[in-house]
Design a protein around this ligand. Structure first.
Ligand code: ADP
Ligand code: ASP
Ligand code: MG
Length: 403
């Protein structure tokens, strides 16, 4: 088999752990498989590099951030290759460029456009273990790009797709996908399987165990994706098509996103096209908007509340300030002390009362809901951040996810 194994930051967090990964790779090779390894930066490394840049300015040039942050993954890739060589195994490390990963030019959150897999294929034919620095690619100008935080998952899935790998294993510091973050709710249960759709919702709604774009791509390319621990031999969680899952839970998981910020606009001039002007300006700067609530006033103005991811707040603020300066918005305020709690489950499609139960649970805990949004398979609520963990545990309880 051809297996792609991705090891996250904690799994390569120090020299002993890189040695542990090397041993796991060797075991897979000795079982007769071809192995492509994708690695993250050592844990904490990417944040450390961000901190260095932000010591100079809150808004470092994005092209330079990519140059800087991509270095973390290259350190791990070369160290792992050196470790394998020292154990007598043939291995070669590759940057995103050598691995042929071509992206667009949206620095710090680039999209993969194509993969020229020839270098990887040649190295595999030579009998090498191929080790790829995750999270990065190169744009058509030859500049290094990165794929958004957590983007090594995306590298792994994209490479598994390009090489038609039999399996893509994501090794991390928990044993699989749980009903909620096991660090928040120790009673959380590991799932044997989860559908791409549910996993995509959980990941998009804050469960950082997999990057959401990696799940989206895995679904599109039909990649056999397994999440498991690099610290044990426990079987992980298979992410697969809905029809491969026999028992459908009503609610299968709860996600928490603490990185959300709320932007409130008051006294917005109520003219046709104002919403489009505001949101197109934000989209032009690649700011992703999540929930939007508009309430019409009675004095020819309206108010709008919406949420953005915390790391995009700064860009959003710059754009909104222009609307305030042009008198199209009277007042803008920014609230970072909020979070989003979501329940996810395909069973919701065919059952009623699921959302009502979530709202009454919040009421029982005396938690005020600030915003709500729903789709076919999820209910999200924005609440004050101080209630985040309490809300997750209460919801986990009420839907009996520990059973
Ligand atoms: P890596 O560095 O391996 O990429 P991450 O820190 O990105 O690992 O993701 C793993 C973490 O995701 C876990 O330590 C856990 O705290 C968190 N997590 C959040 N939600 C879930 C969930 N539903 N199941 C498992 N882990 C989750
Ligand atoms: N090192 C990058 C990050 O911390 C990418 C990754 O780990 O997947 O976001
Ligand atoms: Mg991760």
């Amino acid at each position: 088999m051809l297996i792609v194994q991705k090891y996250g930051g904690t799994s390569v967090g120090d020299i002993e752990r890189i040695q542990n990964v090397a041993e796991r790779v060797v075991k897979t090779v000795n079982e007769g498989h071809q192995v492509v390894v994708v690695v993250s930066a050592m844990s904490g490394e990417t944040n450390k590099l961000v901190g260095y840049a932000e010591a100079f300015t809150a808004t470092p040039v994005k092209e330079e951030m990519d140059m800087l942050l991509s270095s973390g993954e290259r350190v791990t890739a070369s160290l792992l290759s050196i470790a394998l060589n020292a154990m007598g195994y043939q291995a070669t490390s590759m940057s995103g460029r050598r691995a042929g990963i071509m992206t667009d030019a949206v620095h710090t959150k680039a999209r993969i456009e194509s993969i020229d897999a020839s270098s990887m294929i040649n190295a595999l034919h030579d009998g090498s273990v191929v080790i790829i620095a995750g999270f990065q690619g190169v744009n058509s100008d030859g500049r290094v790009t990165t794929l958004g935080r957590g983007g090594s998952d995306l590298s792994a899935v994209a490479i598994a797709g390009a090489l038609h790998a039999d399996l893509c294993e994501i090794y991390t510091d928990v044993e699989g996908i749980y009903t909620t973050d096991p660090r928040i709710e120790p009673k959380a249960k590991k799932m044997e399987k989860i559908s791409y759709e549910e996993m995509l919702e959980l990941a998009s709604l804050g469960a950082k165990v997999l990057q959401n774009r990696s799940v989206e791509l895995a679904k599109k390319l039909n990649v056999n994706l397994v999440t498991r621990s690099s610290f044990s031999d426990a079987e992980g969680t298979l992410i697969t098509k809905e029809e491969n899952i026999m028992e459908q839970a009503l609610v299968s998981g709860i996600a928490l996103d603490k990185k959300q910020s709320r932007i409130s606009l008051e006294g917005v001039v109520d003219r046709p096209g104002i919403a489009s002007d505001i949101f197109i300006a934000l989209a032009d700067k690649s700011v992703n908007i999540d929930m939007i609530i508009q309430t019409s006033g009675h004095d020819g103005t309206t108010s709008m509340d919406f949420t953005v991811s915390g790391d995009e707040l700064h860009d959003a603020k710059n754009i909104i300030d222009t609307f305030v300066a042009n008198n199209e918005v009277q007042k803008a305020s920014y609230d970072e002390g909020i979070c989003k709690v979501s329940i996810v489950g395909v069973g919701m499609k065919s059952h009623t009362g699921v959302a009502a139960k979530a709202f009454s649970t919040m009421a029982k805990e005396n938690i005020n809901i600030l915003m709500i949004s729903t789709s076919e398979i999820k209910v999200s609520m924005v609440i004050e951040e101080k209630y985040a963990e309490l809300a997750v545990r209460a919801l986990h309880d009420v839907y009996e996810l520990d059973r």
